[in-house]
Design a binder for this molecule. Sequence first.
Ligand SMILES: Nc1nc(=O)c2c([nH]1)NC[C@@H]1CN(c3ccc(C(=O)N[C@@H](CCC(=O)O)C(=O)O)cc3)C=[N+]21
Length: 299
Amino acid sequence: MASVINGTEAAAAVIEKVKSSAQALEAEAGVVTGLAVVIVGTDPASQAYVGSKSKMAKDCGFKSVQHSLPEETTQQELLALVAQLNADTSIHGILVQLPLPKHLDSEPVIQSILPEKDVDGLHVVNAGKLATGDIDTGLISCTPAGALILVRNVRGEDLSGLSAVVIGRSNLFGKPMGQLLLSRNATVTMAHSRTKDLAKVCAGADILVAAVGRPEMVKGDWVKPGATVIDVGINRVAAPEKGEGKHKLVGDCDFASCEPVAGAITPVPKGVGPMTIAMLMANTVIAAYRKAGKTAPKF
Ligand SMILES: Nc1nc(=O)c2c([nH]1)NC[C@@H]1CN(c3ccc(C(=O)N[C@@H](CCC(=O)O)C(=O)O)cc3)C=[N+]21
């Protein structure tokens, strides 16, 4: 039986540190940490995430601004808003909610954010710093940064001698997660949709991280006994047992079969999800400290 990792509790601990750091920065340097969240269009799930990010920012004592742009916003208009936020000295972090509507090209938008304000860690400068082993001067993508804290809480700071398998190779999660685990000395395998014998590869993992986007794909017999299982998937699926037309959230791991085998496992919801928002706040206060020329807190 695995211990179930409490992501809500771990996120609350991060948020407490963010709050006290933001307070100290305001007291010592007169700087109020500022976060701008940009959302284009009306996707209800995206609206909900953005709302909770803005609310959390306020709870942390930040200046929090939300820019909700209409679906028909042009590439040029979006780039102009980012340029305005880049120039705004009261804003330390800029997050453009993804995915953008289909007629917009997200890559030039992300790359137009100043690297020091890129709290999503997606700018090539930040991605490149992480890839070259500099984990101290850039900004690291929120979900992998949060997932690593959960791993450290279970396995400690040094992962020497442990094998880690990350399923998924996206720029937003899989690649930075693999690099973070490597920075802690784990032996890392990056698996993906073309990997042969995925179940067998996973079965060797002391740390198994699933970010495939397929509901409950990872089964208990893929899990090494005692492994730390981090489930990054958030899939909304039909839940007829809760009533007609009802839905529930499930991860990329089949919790029922993985939990008895794993040593520790994150649930969905209340696992990695809350850590993502907490690390967004952490990155924003880190950016504000650096802008003020002060040593940033470590998380
Ligand atoms: N530029 C950008 N950066 C992102 O980091 C980003 C994004 N775009 N677009 C959308 C995804 C999604 N995302 C989540 C954050 C928190 C929860 C979260 O807290 N989930 C709760 C459950 C929420 C629910 O009930 O729906 C949980 O897992 O317990 C989920 C998903 C950040 N994203």
